[in-house]
Write a protein that binds this ligand. Structure first.
Ligand SMILES: Cc1cc2nc3c(=O)[nH]c(=O)nc-3n(C[C@H](O)[C@H](O)[C@H](O)COP(=O)(O)OP(=O)(O)OC[C@H]3O[C@@H](n4cnc5c(N)ncnc54)[C@H](O)[C@@H]3O)c2cc1C
Length: 313
């Protein structure tokens, strides 16, 4: 028996559902499909696996990613919190997976033959309906937050594991991540992948992390004039009006605001991904994918992800 619980943002409802899943199916393998970066709290509520999906502001895209992750995992049961967003995402994912969904449950239990018995009010609360989904998989339900308690103690299973969902990044990024890591960086203007840093990277030491990411991607490191002027990286790496012009397949911009003089040098990139803490930064208008997040955590996350995918220690 496998159960996946979608854990929305920082909302505690996902933890309530994990604990409920553990209580009603003690032997089940339980996965927390989560959006935030703290797997520990899901382990404490009984999750064997915390599968990081990442968050996006586009709920349609997130619904599709949830469906993709569930399609790969093929769990028997999927539980969602019936928050406003959880209702939308659960309905989207159920439609994508061609399965049923019992929305807004007030109780859950297991039948003797291992089916999920879903209880919810019907006819304006005049009766309680007991619903089974005997044929389609996964069996899906959303449950109102606060219906089930949080565990009183830490019930972390042995061998709890944190993983990253393969659909946590766009497909093109995934394909590019399959390139072979190299210790011989290719010249900036010939690189298929460029990992570029700006003033937001905060110093010379920040570029060390970007060089590591570029190495894993078989790419080169670029920089803005501000980073070059600050002495964090030599001029040969400067991209833009008074630097070089590049045309990579993938341009990863970390802590770069996106001033016109910089954009002049990277507009030819096939795909640009911008990582910036300021959601109004002009770089997002030039990017195909935007990640509103601190650059360091994002770069470190990508490094971990690529290493895991390529089996590098
Ligand atoms: C004649 C002329 C020629 C120029 N030529 C070039 C050129 O060739 N190339 C070039 O790049 N510039 C050039 N410039 C400079 C250009 O105008 C900008 O000043 C420069 O590109 C800005 O660099 P930046 O994005 O690194 O810094 P900033 O504009 O200071 O942006 C830093 C960004 O980092 C973000 N940030 C901060 N902390 C974090 C964090 N922890 N995580 C994620 N994001 C964070 C901030 O939100 C901000 O958007 C030229 C300017 C002139 C006048």
């Amino acid at each position: 028996m496998t159960i996946t619980v979608f854990c929305e943002g920082n909302h505690p409802a996902g933890q309530e559902l994990l604990y409920k899943a553990r209580c009603m199916a003690p032997e089940a393998r339980i996965t927390a499909l989560h959006e935030d970066r703290d797997p520990e709290k899901y382990f404490r509520c009984g999750a064997d696996t915390a599968l990081f999906l990442g968050e996006t502001e586009d709920d349609c895209a997130q619904g599709s990613r949830i469906a993709e992750a569930l399609g790969q995992q093929a769990p028997d049961i999927v539980l969602f919190p019936a928050t406003v967003r959880g209702r939308f995402l659960s309905a989207w994912a159920a439609a994508k997976l061609h399965t049923g969904l019992t929305a807004d449950c007030t109780d859950l239990s297991m039948t003797e033959n291992g089916l999920l018995l879903q209880t919810r009010p019907a006819y304006g609360g005049g009766l309680m309906a007991s619903i089974l989904c005997p044929e389609r998989r996964p069996q899906m339900a959303s449950v109102r937050p606060g219906v089930f308690p949080l565990p009183g103690a830490d019930i972390r299973p042995a061998n709890a594991q944190a993983q990253i969902a393969s659909c946590a990044f766009p497909e093109t990024l995934m394909q590019l991540m399959d390139v072979v890591p190299t210790d011989n960086p290719c010249p900036l203007q010939q690189a298929k992948v460029i990992v570029a840093g700006g003033k937001g990277v905060g110093g010379k030491e920040g570029f060390t992390l970007l060089f590591e990411l570029a190495r894993l991607l078989g790419g080169a490191v670029g920089a803005t004039r501000s980073a070059v002027d600050a002495g964090w990286i030599p001029y040969a790496h400067q991209i833009g009006q008074t630097g070089v012009t590049v045309r990579p397949t993938l341009y990863l911009a970390f802590g770069i605001s996106g001033m016109i003089q910089h954009l002049a040098g990277m507009r030819g990139a096939q795909y640009a991904v911008a990582v910036n803490t300021d959601r109004n930064a002009p770089i997002f208008r030039a990017a195909d994918y935007g990640i509103v997040a601190p650059w360091r955590e994002t770069a470190a996350y990508m490094i971990r992800f690529i290493k895991e995918r390529k089996g590098i220690q």
